[in-house]
Write a protein that binds this ligand. Structure first.
Ligand code: SF4
Length: 50
């Protein structure tokens, strides 16, 4: 059972309810230094729904 909770409903891996259906998720830093806030990381597996 996948336990990744996500609210990005326009992602092709989103279940349509509250969770992610991808087998694995890559989380990436979005800043040049080490991240220190939630907003400085994001899901690199995201792919928009068509
Ligand atoms: S791949 Fe990332 S953005 Fe997409 S549903 Fe899963 S956790 Fe959310």
């Amino acid at each position: 059972m996948n336990e990744i909770k996500c609210n990005v409903t326009n992602c092709m891996y989103h279940s349509g309810t509250t969770n992610c259906t991808a087998k694995e998720v890559q989380v990436a830093s979005q800043c040049k230094k080490e991240p220190c806030k939630c907003s400085e990381t994001e899901c690199g597996t995201f792919a928009p729904k068509n």
